[in-house]
Write a protein that binds this ligand. Structure first.
Ligand code: ITT
Length: 196
């Protein structure tokens, strides 16, 4: 069994690789196959995950797992949402996005937010029954960044249960708690059923 991970995000690759180890599947990254970037033209996480999975699967001819995720902040009406990776502009770094977020929330007392992750797995590019799962992770946006683990908005995402930011969690712990971990937990039983 060989699958491709349809993502160019190194943080996702690291987390998904660790979480998928027990499956005993040979998981490859899409960069090995020169999969070009595809425009994420969907209006939902589900649509964008399907677009990325289908694209990579058509090019590689292999089963694919894709991840579309983001941060939804209550006081910003759910922004940056599906635009999380380019919140501060097309070539924004994680640090740029974090700064833009802290600026947008300046003086705001409602710091409630959640990470959302949709995982899609499909057998081939024309698979009419892709396997889809979602996970969410509730937290609070801090006043300043702290910690250097994880990626993206982790340094400003406070995990109430552990009284620290997601970037201060041990990688293993983040992989048990996160939106991505919760999506994977939903995905696994469906995958087992689909794979027989
Ligand atoms: P691919 O499309 O190639 O997978 P991407 O980074 O463009 O990579 P998305 O469009 O799904 O992927 O955007 C996800 C963004 O949401 C990501 O860049 C982070 O800013 C944020 N994000 C998602 N999961 C996160 C996590 O676990 N911790 C922190 N930030 C996260």
């Amino acid at each position: 069994q060989k699958w491709v991970m349809a993502t160019g995000n190194a943080g996702k690759v690291k987390e998904l690789s660790a979480m998928l180890t027990p499956l005993n599947v040979d998981i490859r990254v899409q960069s090995e196959f020169d999969v070009p970037e595809v425009a994420e033209t969907g209006t939902t996480f589900v649509e964008n995950a399907i677009i990325k999975a289908r694209h990579a699967s058509r090019i590689t001819g292999l089963p694919v797992i894709a991840d579309d995720s983001g941060l939804a902040v209550d006081a910003l009406g759910g922004a940056p949402g599906i635009y999380s990776s380019r919140y501060a502009g097309e070539n924004a770094t994680d640090a740029d996005n974090v700064q833009k977020l802290l600026g947008a929330l300046e003086g705001q007392t409602n710091r409630q937010a959640r990470f959302i992750c949709v995982l899609v797995w499909m057998r081939h590019g024309d698979d009419p029954t892709p396997v889809i799962a979602q996970g969410q992770w509730q937290g609070l946006i801090t006043q300043q960044p702290s910690g250097d683990g994880g990626f993206g908005y982790d340094p400003v995402f406070r995990v109430a249960s552990h009284q620290c930011t997601a970037a201060e969690l041990e990688a293993r712990l983040k992989n048990q708690l996160s939106h991505r971990a919760q999506a994977l937990q939903q995905l696994l039983p469906q995958l087992e059923a689909a794979l027989g």
